[in-house]
Write a protein that binds this ligand. Structure first.
Ligand SMILES: NC(=O)c1ccc[n+]([C@@H]2O[C@H](COP(=O)([O-])OP(=O)(O)OC[C@H]3O[C@@H](n4cnc5c(N)ncnc54)[C@H](O)[C@@H]3O)[C@@H](O)[C@H]2O)c1
Length: 437
């Protein structure tokens, strides 16, 4: 049991968002403004709506997480960011089509006041979109320095104590591990030589960490998830985490798979397909961006089921994931899963899941939680990869010597025990009669 010294969340917290005009960003910002005005509740946000048990079951102590740990108040968040579109967020929110028109109109003042800074963008890495609001620079290093200047100016102009950066921009094309990612020195030399394996998302992450700004990666592309930037985050004591918000289908997968495994039921196949019609769907229609997403989505089952340890149950599992761009559905994604399972003596059974979800409605509360918790991590002196935030991600970043923890319930326990540990509370281990739930 530790009692971490946590600096108080004084003053304003800047929230810097690459992808400011996108569906998640506008839903996040609009949602927070609506909550502040008492016109909606932050449903799906663990920090705002979730509670944490403290002490023994007999004590009845279950405070809201936001009342237990010192988080920044929603009134003290200041938003800014970058996008390739040169438009205010009122226009962007209408285009995203997630929030309904009367709700967007009721936030017209707040939305109209926000416009993105010029993006570090290169169409080589996101093939299906283009826009005019893009930085110019001879080298990738020049672009990264411009991002550093943007961060500093944003903090200065808004008189901010602290800032957090959260990636809500498009998924980039798949980039396999490359020697230029392996050390900070090679990465910085690579930026100056315009190395092709250095994508814009890694420039934003570098700039954030350089400015001592925690960085969370909501998409599956690399950004902070390369050895060079993990090294920089460790050196500078800056928290980083990722990758890829765990929202629709993968959320369901990480709820169902641990349950089947807990009952020692076998799985021979898991077929997942989606239809999605928003801009994210359009970007993922490019095979190279889809590949990045596919790798993230496929990694989940193996690390929950451990087929090497349970060969009789999971060794032959066939896992397939598809995403189909289908404009009529907009942001309202439909995700189907067919799960072929087997039981006693190998008799087969099937489970069908049809999740009619809303992509950004599920993602916005995760983005809010990550902003608040990454700021908490920084104030608590925690640098480097924040594995305790795996709960929020499809493909959680982790130490190289361990596998990623993808089981939602193990992730939640880890998350809660980390908060108890930070605040000097007894950890709940379910051992012994006095702590047994
Ligand atoms: N449920 C979800 O919605 C969900 C879940 C997991 C991950 N994600 C990921 O989150 C990201 C955002 O999702 P979205 O639905 O808001 O997408 P979106 O397409 O609506 O928004 C992305 C925005 O990023 C901008 N952009 C692209 N490259 C940029 C760059 N280099 N710099 C600045 N801006 C840039 C685009 O112009 C666009 O406005 C995507 O990568 C998506 O795959 C979404």
């Amino acid at each position: 049991m530790k009692n971490t010294k946590i600096a108080a969340p004084t003053g304003k917290l800047g929230v810097l968002i690459p992808g400011l005009c996108g569906a998640i960003s506008t839903t996040l910002i609009g949602g927070i403004e609506a909550v502040k005005a008492g016109r909606g509740k932050p449903i799906g946000s663990l920090t705002q709506m979730g509670r944490i048990r403290l002490g023994k079951r007999t004590e009845g102590k279950n405070p809201l997480i936001k009342d237990f740990v010192p988080l920044t108040d929603l009134d003290n968040l200041v938003f800014g960011g970058w996008d390739i579109f040169d438009e205010d967020l009122y226009t962007s929110a209408l285009k995203a089509g997630v929030l309904e028109r009367p709700q967007i109109d009721s936030l017209k003042n707040e939305f109209s006041a926000l416009r993105p800074m010029k993006a570090a963008f290169d169409r080589k890495y996101v093939k299906n979109i283009t826009g005019p609001n893009v930085k110019k620079g001879k080298t990738k290093y020049d672009l990264a320095l411009q991002l550093v200047a943007d961060i500093q100016a944003f903090k200065r102009d808004h008189d901010l104590d602290r800032a957090v950066m959260i990636w809500c921009a498009s998924t980039e094309t798949y980039i396999p591990p490359n020697d230029v990612h392996s050390t900070l020195a090679k990465f910085e030399a690579g930026m100056k030589k315009n190395h092709p394996a250095i994508s814009p998302s890694t420039l934003y992450a570098w700039a954030a960490i350089k400015c001592r700004v925690p960085f969370a990666n909501g998409a599956p592309n690399l950004s902070c998830n390369i050895p060079a930037l993990i090294e920089l985050a460790q050196k500078t004591g800056v928290p980083i985490c990722g990758s890829d918000y765990k929202t629709g289908q993968t959320l369901m997968k990480t709820i169902i798979a641990p349950g089947l495994k807990a009952r020692a039921l076998g799985i021979s196949g898991w077929f997942s397909t989606n239809i999605l019609g928003n801009r994210d769907g359009e970007v993922l229609d490019d095979p190279q961006s889809f590949k990045t997403k596919e790798v993230s989505k496929l990694s989940v089952l193996d690390s929950i089921l451990h087929p090497e340890t349970y060969p009789d149950l999971y060794k032959d599992l066939y896992h397939k994931v598809n995403i189909n761009y289908y404009p009529p559905r907009g942001d309202n994604k439909e995700g189907w899963d067919n799960i072929d399972i087997f039981g006693w003596l190998g008799y087969p059974m099937q489970i069908k899941v049809d999740f009619l979800c809303r992509d950004s409605i599920l993602a916005a509360p995760l983005a809010l939680d990550l902003v608040l918790l990454m700021d908490l991590a920084k104030r608590a002196g925690r640098g480097g990869i924040q594995e305790w935030l795996s709960f929020f991600f499809k493909s959680p970043m982790h130490a190289p010597e361990v596998y990623a923890e993808n089981d939602l319930f193990v992730q939640l326990e880890k998350f809660e025990n980390n908060l108890r540990d930070m605040m000097g509370e007894t950890l709940i281990t379910h051992l012994g009669t006095e702590y047994y739930r």
